[in-house]
Each structure stands twice: as structure tokens, then as C-alpha cells.
Design a protein around this ligand. Structure first.
Ligand SMILES: NC(=O)C1=CN([C@@H]2O[C@H](COP(=O)(O)OP(=O)(O)OC[C@H]3O[C@@H](n4cnc5c(N)ncnc54)[C@H](O)[C@@H]3O)[C@@H](O)[C@H]2O)C=CC1
Ligand SMILES: O=C(CO)COP(=O)(O)O
Length: 345
């Protein structure tokens, strides 16, 4: 059994810590809030994030960076992209031995366009990290914490690392696939949040299943187009961490990205929407980053552009949809050729 430190006791860090504790690993759940650590250790609950869920008694939480890093073989990062630099900077002085870094973060940093694995590699000295991998896929914390069947993928450029991380997490209700495409898996997890904001806006406007299916399908084309331009394998976007997570996020009321979009679509302002969300909505900052990347790389991402205009430029959501519907007519197969190369028929 391994000593694993989970960084971040929000909904996802707590749910993943439960999986690891169920697998009988020695788990330390690090949080920056003393009262939350106390609640987890004494009441075996984390009510603000996973309401009504009883945590394993073996799950040990705390706020000490030293305890978190001492003897850890694996560090699992489950915090918002925005907090990653700050939290790593706090932890690095306490890292004494080389460790495996696994992250479960779905975002891109707007100021640098870096993926979380790149931020980790930039900040953690090479001598302290054995490898960096990502765990991603259709996995709402609310369901994982109830031990409902869930499948995810772990990606690393090193197959041995992926196999080890697969072993660490895999159990009867949490199935882990390996994937060699670190870039594609990270990009899929970040990009699907933009489309989920759009799906929420569409539902908020009262549009139906047709509109949402169109958004998801054409959204997947945008995800694949940008993700492969950034170095991902286009086929990864047809897997769990691409279309799989897109389906889970766009169709679930657990999704914070969907919900934020829904509030916007029902007429709430950006400020009102964010005030009502007490958990991270990664898609907002990712929309900003991706809008800029697409502009610089001259990649067509009309849905992302529309969501950017609604969120950041105050465009009416209905106007944005009207404009998308009235774009120049085009051929679906031309866009398939562009994504996947020459068609096999
Ligand atoms: N909730 C879910 O179902 C899933 C979430 N994710 C991803 O996991 C990441 C974390 O998301 P959630 O756990 O859902 O967020 P959350 O909003 O539930 O929790 C975030 C946690 O990070 C902590 N935090 C925030 N800023 C901090 C800072 N500067 N220093 C220390 N701690 C800080 C908060 O106190 C909180 O405990 C995101 O990138 C999200 O996209 C991925 C898969 C599923
Ligand atoms: O990534 C997730 C499910 O796979 C969670 O999505 P939200 O951040 O929108 O809740």
C-alpha cells in the first residue's frame, strides 16, 4: 500500500481520497482550512462539498505542509487551476524525496496557456519528481463519493507511470484506463467545460435537446481541432476524456459549468451567477485562455467565441445562438477531413 497525499479537500479531492482510502492506501488529505480538517477527522464528513456523505474513518486530513509531504510516494493535486502555482509554492520547501505527481485538474492557465502538468513541471524541481500524470474522464465527485460506477483514464508519457497510477486507483466501482496521450487528455478535460457552459446557456434559454446535441457535436469538433493543434491525438477526443466527459458535463445537473451557463441563460448577470456558485467553475477562465489561443493560432472555434462574447462582452445569449445558426453554410464532411485526415470511404 502506498502513502498518498491528496492536495485539496473540495468535492473532487475528497471523492478521490475516498477511492484511495477504500483501496487501503495511507491517505493524507491536505486542506488550507483547519475547521474542514477537523470536520473530516472527527465527524468523517465534508458537508460543504459532499453533503450527506460519510467518509472512511481511515481518511486523515490536516493543514500541515510538512505532514503532507513527509514520506509521500504520490501527490494527487485536486485544486482549481487558479490555485495550482500558489499551493505548489507552499509545498515545495517541504518536499524531501522524489515523488509521483498526479493531477486531476481541468483547466488551462489564461496568462501562460500552460496545462496543469506543464505548470507542475515548471515549478517542481526535476530531482523531486519521478513523473507527472493526469487523471481525467466523466466523473462527478457526487457520484464517485456514493461509489456509483465510474470510468476514467490516466495519461502519462511513460507507460510504467500510467500502469502504477491505474493500480493505485482501480477498484470495483472506479475503473481506470491508461492512455499515452497526456496532452490530449488534459486538453479534453479543460475544453469540455467551455461547451458545458454553452449547454447550460442553451438549456437556460429554453432550447431543447436538438440544440444541445448540436452544441455537443460541433463543440467536440472544436475541442478536437484545438486539442490536436496543441499536440494531442485527435482520437483521444473520441474517448472517455473527450466525448465521454463532454456528455457527463453537458447533461448533468451536478456540473458546475453547466449550472453557471444555465444561470446566465436564464438572465442572471455574470456577477450574480458567480456569486451563486460556491465551487470552482473552471470553464470561465478556460474560455478566456482558449479564445486567445484560437485567435493567435487562427483556429476556427465559433462556439467558444460565442460563449466568450456572452460571458465577457455582455452579448445577449439569444443573439449569439442566432449568429451561430446563421453562419456561412458548410459541409460536415469537410470538417471531418480536417480533423481526422482523408475519410476511409
Ligand atoms: N468536482 C468534480 O466532480 C470534478 C472536479 N474536477 C476538477 O478538479 C479541480 C478541483 O475541483 P473541485 O474539487 O470540484 O473544486 P471545489 O471548488 O469543490 O474545491 C476546490 C478546493 O480547492 C481549495 N482551494 C482553492 N484555492 C486554494 C488555495 N489558493 N490554496 C489552497 N486551497 C485552495 C478550496 O478550499 C477547495 O477545498 C478542478 O480543476 C475541477 O475541474 C475534475 C473532475 C471532477
Ligand atoms: O469534470 C467534471 C465531471 O467529469 C465536473 O464538471 P464540473 O466542474 O462542471 O462540475
Amino acid at each position: 500500500m502506498a502513502r498518498v497525499t491528496v492536495i485539496g479537500a473540495g468535492s473532487w479531492g475528497t471523492a478521490l481520497a475516498m477511492v484511495l482510502a477504500d483501496n487501503e492506501h495511507d491517505v493524507y488529505l491536505w486542506t488550507h482550512r483547519e475547521n474542514q480538517a477537523e470536520e473530516i477527522n472527527t465527524e468523517h464528513k465534508n458537508e460543504a462539498y459532499l453533503k450527506g456523505v460519510t467518509l472512511p474513518e481511515t481518511l486523515n486530513a490536516g493543514t500541515s505542509c510538512q505532514d503532507a509531504m513527509d514520506g509521500a510516494a504520490y501527490v494527487l493535486l485536486a485544486i482549481p487551476t487558479k490555485a495550482l502555482r500558489d499551493v505548489l509554492s507552499q509545498l515545495i520547501p517541504f518536499m524531501k524525496q522524489p515523488m509521483y505527481f498526479v493531477h486531476a485538474i481541468k483547466g488551462i492557465e489564461p496568462s501562460t496557456f500552460l496545462r496543469p502538468s506543464e505548470i507542475i513541471k515548471h515549478l517542481v524541481p526535476e530531482a523531486l519528481r519521478l513523473d507527472v500524470s493526469v487523471l481525467s474522464g466523466p466523473s462527478h465527485a457526487e457520484e464517485v463519493s456514493l461509489r456509483k460506477p465510474t470510468t476514467v483514464a490516466v495519461a502519462s508519457s511513460n507507460a510504467n507511470t500510467s500502469n502504477q497510477v491505474q493500480d493505485l486507483f482501480m477498484n470495483t466501482h472506479f475503473r481506470v484506463y491508461t492512455n499515452p496521450d497526456l496532452i490530449g487528455v488534459e486538453m479534453g478535460g479543460a475544453l469540455k467545460n467551455i461547451i458545458a457552459l454553452g449547454a447550460g446557456i442553451s438549456d437556460g434559454l429554453g432550447y431543447g435537446d436538438n440544440a444541445k446535441a448540436a452544441l455537443m457535436t460541433r463543440g467536440l469538433a472544436e475541442m478536437t481541432r484545438l486539442g490536436s493543434e496543441m499536440g494531442g491525438n485527435p482520437l483521444t477526443f473520441a474517448g472517455l476524456t473527450g466525448i465521454g466527459d463532454l456528455i457527463a458535463t453537458c447533461t448533468s445537473q451536478h456540473s458546475r459549468n453547466w449550472r453557471a451557463g444555465y444561470l446566465l441563460g436564464t438572465g442572471h448577470s455574470q456577477e450574480e451567477t458567480l456569486q451563486q456558485m460556491n465551487m470552482v467553475v473552471e470553464g470561465v477562465r478556460t474560455t478566456k485562455a482558449v479564445h486567445q489561443i484560437a485567435k493567435e493560432k487562427k483556429i476556427a472555434m465559433p462556439i467558444t467565441e460565442a460563449i466568450f462574447d456572452v460571458w465577457f462582452n455582455g452579448k445577449m445569449a439569444k443573439t449569439a445562438v442566432d449568429e451561430l445558426m446563421n453562419r456561412t453554410r458548410t459541409s460536415e464532411m469537410d470538417s471531418m477531413d480536417e480533423l481526422f485526415g482523408e475519410r476511409p470511404f
